[in-house]
Write a protein that binds this ligand. Structure first.
Ligand SMILES: [Zn+2]
Length: 373
């Protein structure tokens, strides 16, 4: 049976009332209609970096369909119908086996095919240096060879792939060029690149920077550090984690003044504790504590290990930090990251029906969100 959904709501940017009919995961039609003042529709939140959700850790072996469904349902109920399943650094063969297994589960289930639009491989081609490695295990990091990139493409078929690499590693430029040749998007991250590394990586086809201002040490040289170099170089699509913890509000605002708005997208970088109560969780082999403050800590360490931010909370916090409306910040957490990884998210008949229905109060503030796929 094909599921049909009808939405009567106002377009999030134009305010025009529409009747949107969606059928089988696709927008069938959009026609003018009278819509209530407090009902809106917008492209579904798209998050390119989801490490786990609702208590499910994607870095674990032996996950089953229902685990992925639980995470997908949690994300959907928090406004994120589509996302990239993200795996972090591990022994390369283990990482490939895990991707193969997760892809088989995803491919066999229609709901998961709609939700898991592609894959973000964050590691193991990253910087092992203290601070830059973050929560990634430096002992299993390595230089990428072209064969690894080919293997990644073979494992994941034609799916969208976002690959985060450190450009200062041996062989990185050839790996970046090959990844781009095979249709992957390459983002730099967990790295300490020189100005020359950045120039070369962009020439080789890298287009993004993963969770800018994180993936580096707490203390940096005030005259010259990776953040200044990336900001000065410009031209990369930068992800920011808008939880007020990974990027404090002051820095968040400064980054929005320095970067071109079209070069910013948001991501939760959510791990298993997101969409779940405070407590003890894992990111792969790491034990993690998450308190009421939503800070994700490795016990006894200062670095953050992903976030417990829910996507719709991210929209609210961005709007609050920037003093803008939810409509003004929405594209940076939906169409922009989707376009960055090569996914069409325009609200047009024939496109995916990944949509958020938003309800607002009398002052236009976001009250609730219901996402559909
Ligand atoms: Zn990271």
């Amino acid at each position: 049976m094909v599921d049909t959904t009808e939405i009567i709501a106002r377009h999030y940017l134009t305010g025009e009332g529409h009747r949107v009919v969606c059928c089988g995961g696709v927008i069938e039609s959009i026609d003018p209609a009278e819509a209530p003042a407090d009902r809106w529709y917008a492209p579904g939140i798209f998050d390119p970096q989801i490490n786990g959700y609702a208590g499910v850790d994607f870095q674990k072996d032996g996950l089953e369909t229902q685990d992925l469904q639980k995470a997908a349902e949690g994300l959907l109920s928090d406004g994120c119908p589509r996302w990239l399943l993200t795996l972090i650094t591990d022994d390369w063969e283990k990482l490939i086996d895990r991707l193969r297994h997760l892809k088989a589960l995803r491919d066999a289930d229609e709901g998961l095919r709609r939700a898991i639009t592609g894959w973000h491989v964050e590691g193991p081609f990253l910087s092992p240096e203290p601070g830059f490695c973050g929560a990634h295990d430096p002992t299993v990091m390595r230089d990428a060879v072209v064969g690894d990139i080919n293997q990644l493409r073979e494992t994941l078929g034609d799916d969208p792939i976002l690959l985060t690499v450190a450009p200062e590693r041996e062989g990185a430029m050839a790996a970046i060029a090959r990844a781009v040749e095979l249709g992957m998007r390459v983002s730099l991250g967990h790295c300490d690149p020189s100005v020359e590394n950045l120039t070369d990586a962009k020439s080789a086809g890298a287009t993004g920077f993963t969770h800018l201002s994180n993936g580096g040490p707490q203390e940096l040289d005030r005259h010259d550090n990776f953040l200044w170099r990336v900001l000065d170089a410009g031209g990369l699509m930068c992800g920011l984690i808008p939880d007020r913890i990974h990027v404090r509000p002051m820095l968040f605002r400064v980054l929005h003044r320095v970067l071109e708005p079209v070069n910013i997208y948001y991501t939760t970088d959510a791990m298993s504790a997101a969409g779940a109560p405070p407590g003890r969780y894992t990111v792969g082999r790491l034990d993690i504590e998450v308190g009421e403050d939503q800070v994700v800590r490795q016990p006894g360490k200062t670095n953050l290990a992903g976030s417990a931010l829910r996507p719709i909370q991210g929209v609210e916090r961005v709007a609050e930090m920037l003093g803008q409306s939810w409509q003004e910040v929405w594209d940076s957490f939906s169409t922009r990251p989707a376009t960055f990884v090569g996914i069409d998210s325009e609200l047009t008949p024939g496109n995916s029906s990944s949509i958020c229905k938003v309800t607002t109060d009398d002052s236009g503030q976001l009250v609730s969100v219901e996402a559909i796929q």
